[in-house]
Design a protein around this ligand. Structure first.
Ligand SMILES: [Zn+2]
Length: 495
């Protein structure tokens, strides 16, 4: 006990000493307040915004709010439309009415029931009496042995109907895009014993021509029986799939810049990012169906806003520029950050770091309490963690490594899209599992705003120091996981 107190008081004295030596700490903390953060989160996570689904009017209101706060901070707009980076997508819904599949074998014609089929992605198709090639779905070796000469232009039937365990499908399904690209079938039909859990209802897709092979999932008993009874040489398949409904949607990453002061370094960038979307409204009936997403990731979005305000108000600018980005579409699978990675506003080679902020508000996390600490994903992956740790020492916040989860969660947020583009990038979280994770109960009164302000002070100090340093953050080459990021970095630097 005594020892703990002694350690705590040493940490406190170190923090006080640093506060005296680095005036930025006091300057930032005086402008980055719990109430400011609460104001942002309570608006973003209000029922009015209906859970900020991608796409939705609530998401667009959130984007306008973030842009307004960037305007208040005096950030430079960096989108194509003010602070908005416009991304054109389409919401594509398959049209299952009129879906037809007919199997003709010697003297026998079987028609699938429309409700015993599903599409894996939306597409239109009209094929008449195509020959087919059949393989057992779980037999990866047999599929690998097929040649383009055998399969090209035909229907490739992968029969999973003997596999009760859906896991048997996984290895082949993972390989399916590559298999289809190699064999070039006109259509892939996946034969299952029961209804497909992965059938597509609606999906967001970037507006660009898609060349992937259509995949039809079939669990129709009559078709399965007929296929089981026939060889592949004497069967023909006809398919009619009506065109999907395509609704164009405009989505926005919100981007503002605090311009750096150094003539040589102001065109290099440190990023502070978070996703502003959440899960929207789900389900029906009695009870709360709005997934407010206060901690996930209203807390990160509010932090991006308030860190921007605080750093913009400092008497001196850092040498490099700091860009603040709120991404759409994280909950759909990093869609907004992947879009940014493919359409970067700032050259990736000149982007030195990304601090991505997720789930910073709840301290009742991971089965305990995490007041006074922040986790970093990919803790040992780059030199950024060292800068964070130093900032934490100076502010009295522990920057901790979750031994089990820091590597696994590296891929679970938008930092991954930047890392894939070579930019040293981590996600900071107060905790990973919290009681209302992806539930309607993730609401703004449950956040610890005093702790959030303390975490944000540390993040702001760290990003200010990163941006003010002549040194560029580096991936750690001693860690095997970083190999592909180092390669991506070298590619973007043209080395
Ligand atoms: Zn999140």
């Amino acid at each position: 006990m005594t020892k703990v107190l002694a350690t705590a008081s040493v940490a406190l004295m170190a923090a006080l000493a640093a506060a005296q030596t680095d005036p930025a700490i006091q300057q930032i903390s005086s402008r980055l307040t719990p109430n400011d953060l609460k104001a942002d989160v309570s608006f973003l996570a209000s029922d009015l915004l209906q859970g900020r689904a991608t796409p939705s009017p609530g998401l667009d209101i959130a984007a306008e709010y973030i842009a307004a706060q960037f305007r208040r901070a005096g950030l430079e707009p960096a989108g194509d439309d003010g602070y908005f980076q416009t991304a054109l997508y389409a919401n594509v819904t398959p049209n299952l009415e009129g879906l037809e599949l007919t199997l003709e074998t010697a003297g026998n014609t079987v028609r699938a029931h429309p409700e015993s089929m599903a599409l894996q992605q939306a597409f239109a198709a009209d094929f008449s009496r195509l020959p087919m090639v059949k393989a057992t779905g779980s037999d990866a070796a047999a599929i690998a042995a097929l040649t383009p000469e055998q399969v090209r232009g035909k229907v490739l039937v992968l029969d999973f109907s003997q596999d009760a365990n859906p896991r048997a499908m996984m290895p082949v399904m993972r390989q399916l895009p590559a298999t289809a690209a190699r064999l070039q079938p006109a259509l892939v039909a996946l034969l299952r014993a029961g209804a497909s859990p992965s059938a597509m209802t609606a999906r967001l897709r970037e507006m660009s021509p898609s060349s992937s092979t259509p995949v039809l999932i079939v669990w129709d008993d009559a078709i399965r029986a007929a296929l089981a009874a026939t060889g592949t040489t004497d069967a023909a398949i006809s398919v009619h799939i009506p065109p999907p409904t395509v609704v164009p949607v405009k989505l926005h990453n919100v981007i503002g810049v605090l311009r750096g002061s150094d003539p040589a370094l102001r065109d290099t960038y440190a990023l502070v990012t978070a996703h502003y979307d959440h899960l929207g409204v789900r389900g029906a009936g009695d009870g709360d169906h709005i997934y407010n997403g206060a901690n996930d990731d209203g807390s990160g979005t509010a932090s991006v806003i308030e860190i921007a305000q605080a750093l913009a108000a400092l008497p001196a600018r850092p040498k490099r520029s700091i860009a603040f980005i709120a991404f759409f579409g994280e909950e759909l699978g990093l869609v907004g950050s992947r879009y940014y990675g493919a359409h970067p506003v700032f050259p990736l080679a000149k982007t030195v770091a990304d601090l991505n902020l997720e789930q910073l508000g709840r301290t009742d996390v991971d089965g305990g309490s995490s007041v006074g600490l922040v986790n970093v994903t990919g803790y040992d992956f780059s030199t950024i963690t060292g800068t964070l740790r130093q900032a934490g020492q100076d502010t009295g916040l522990q920057v901790v490594k979750n031994a089990q989860l820091n590597v696994r969660y590296f891929a679970q947020s938008d930092n991954q899209a930047l890392a894939d583009a070579g930019v040293p990038a981590h996600t900071l979280s107060v905790g990973y599992a919290f009681p209302d994770y992806h539930q309607p109960g993730d609401e703004w009164p449950k956040l610890d705003y005093d702790n959030l302000a303390k975490v944000d002070l540390t993040v702001a100090l760290a990003v200010f120091r990163l941006a003010n340093s002549l040194e560029t953050p580096q991936w750690n080459a001693d860690i095997p996981d970083t190999g592909r990021y180092i390669k991506a970095r070298q590619d973007s630097l043209g080395k």
